[in-house]
Write a protein that binds this ligand. Structure first.
Ligand SMILES: NC(=O)c1ccc[n+]([C@@H]2O[C@H](COP(=O)([O-])OP(=O)(O)OC[C@H]3O[C@@H](n4cnc5c(N)ncnc54)[C@H](O)[C@@H]3O)[C@@H](O)[C@H]2O)c1
Length: 382
């Protein structure tokens, strides 16, 4: 890709001019690790004010907002209900809570007329996701799921290649990622807070990359396996082993509408460096996306396109498209503000109507692994 093409992105962003006539009032629910990406993004927006924050851990919201970020006039609370009940001026909330606290705060915020950015994964179960979508539908508000890799130009490039039809009919996709050792700690490793392990933490990214490229075909059946050999073993997971109650590895064979197969695997820990590259096979060509540790789901350099050209088998390295400025977290928060507050229909959000399939697959992986057989993917009516 030429410099001229790449610089188009930069020019577009530089042109963006934010008028600070009206301050948009934002609240942060959960002030743990990932809230940092949301808070620093909002603090760069002249038309946004973080007026409130909350965290279940006493003084955590104060220490993050007042002491660390210096937002002294931010009012702090102990949970989402207290914050929303006491802050009638809020326009939007960023929900940065652990996975099992995604659905409740999202529903409560929507019922109180707020727009929502909900961190990934959507929820833990498909039933919770459907409840959130019902509340979203009833409220008429904007809800976007926090998959910032969607704003990565490389991910958009992958989608554009597949959607252009140059690979022909897609019939098989191998995807996944993960690392030899990299089990997180904190709230990620217990069922009560994380709900699911590697599946929900990083598996959802690999699934979103390929589902987005494929145009979100409906999942039909899943046959899956999960394990926890490393997470539960003090040899590999130290003191955290005793409280580890989620998956650290998952694999699944997923059938999608349109005769497409996804062969998926994800790992927080194993005795190999990678579970393999992502490969998208079509009748006219194939795409290889290099495997990555999958910490945040973005695509690394090394894309390759395979096609027969005039009878000759070719293998073309594709250029890496830099992620550009502003950072992906800024773009994901800004997209929602532009759509929800300024009504720009072309502003990018990550809609629940697309991520519901991601959630349905994860939910079905958990069910299939538990039952030890293939299951049908059932998505309740919203
Ligand atoms: N988009 C990304 O790149 C990315 C990266 C890491 C984590 N995440 C996601 O972000 C979420 C949070 O991750 P984290 O690393 O910040 O976790 P964390 O455990 O550090 O922080 C979560 C915080 O939420 C608080 N909390 C939970 N329920 C609450 C409620 N009802 N009201 C107020 N506070 C509440 C907890 O006390 C905790 O402090 C997870 O769902 C995770 O999957 C996204």
């Amino acid at each position: 890709m030429s410099d001229a093409v790449l610089s188009q992105f930069k020019q577009e962003e530089a042109k963006e001019e934010i008028k600070a006539e009206r301050k948009i009032k934002v609240g942060i629910i959960g002030t743990g690790g990932i809230s940092e990406g949301h808070i620093t993004s909002y603090l760069q927006m002249p038309d946004v004010e973080i007026i409130a924050a909350c965290d279940l851990i006493p003084t955590k919201a104060e220490s993050v907002m007042h002491d660390y970020h210096g937002v002294k006039n931010c009012r702090c609370y102990l949970n989402h209900k207290e914050m929303i009940d006491n802050e009638p001026e809020l326009d939007l909330v960023s929900i940065c809570t652990y996975n099992t606290q995604h659905a409740g705060p999202a529903i409560y915020a929507l019922e109180h007329g707020l727009h929502v950015i909900l961190e990934k994964p959507f929820t833990v179960t498909i039933d919770e996701a459907v409840e959130v979508m019902r509340a979203e539908k009833k409220s008429g508000k904007v809800l976007s799921i926090g998959f910032q890799p969607r704003y990565d130009y490389s991910m958009q490039y992958v989608r554009d290649i597949v959607q252009s039809g140059m690979l022909g009919k897609i019939y098989y996709v191998q995807t996944g990622g993960g690392r030899r050792r990299g089990i997180p700690g904190g709230t990620f490793i217990e069922k009560e807070t994380g709900g699911v392990g590697a599946l929900g933490d990083i598996g959802c990214y690999s699934l979103d990359m390929v589902m987005n490229a494929l145009g979100h075909p409906k999942p039909l059946t899943v046959s899956a396996y999960t394990s926890d050999f490393f997470g539960k073993d003090p040899k590999y997971n130290g003191e955290d082993a005793s409280r580890f109650s989620v998956d650290d590895f998952g694999a699944a064979f997923i059938r999608l509408e349109g005769g497409i197969i996804i062969d998926f695997r994800i790992s927080w820990a194993m005795h190999a460096d990678t579970p393999g590259d992502t490969i998208i096979l079509g009748t006219e060509g194939a795409l290889r996306i290099p495997s990555c540790d999958c910490w945040n789901g973005t695509i690394e350099p090394g894309l390759k396109l395979y096609r027969d050209i005039c009878g000759v088998q070719t293998e073309t390295p594709l250029p890496y498209i830099p992620k550009g400025e502003p950072l992906l977290f800024y773009r994901k928060c800004r997209g929602v503000i532009e759509r929800a507050i300024y009504g720009k229909e072309d502003a990018m959000i990550v809609p629940t109507s697309e991520i519901i399939y991601n959630q349905a697959i994860i939910d079905s992986i958990v069910k299939s692994a538990k039952l030890g057989r293939e299951v049908e993917v059932v998505i309740p009516e919203v």
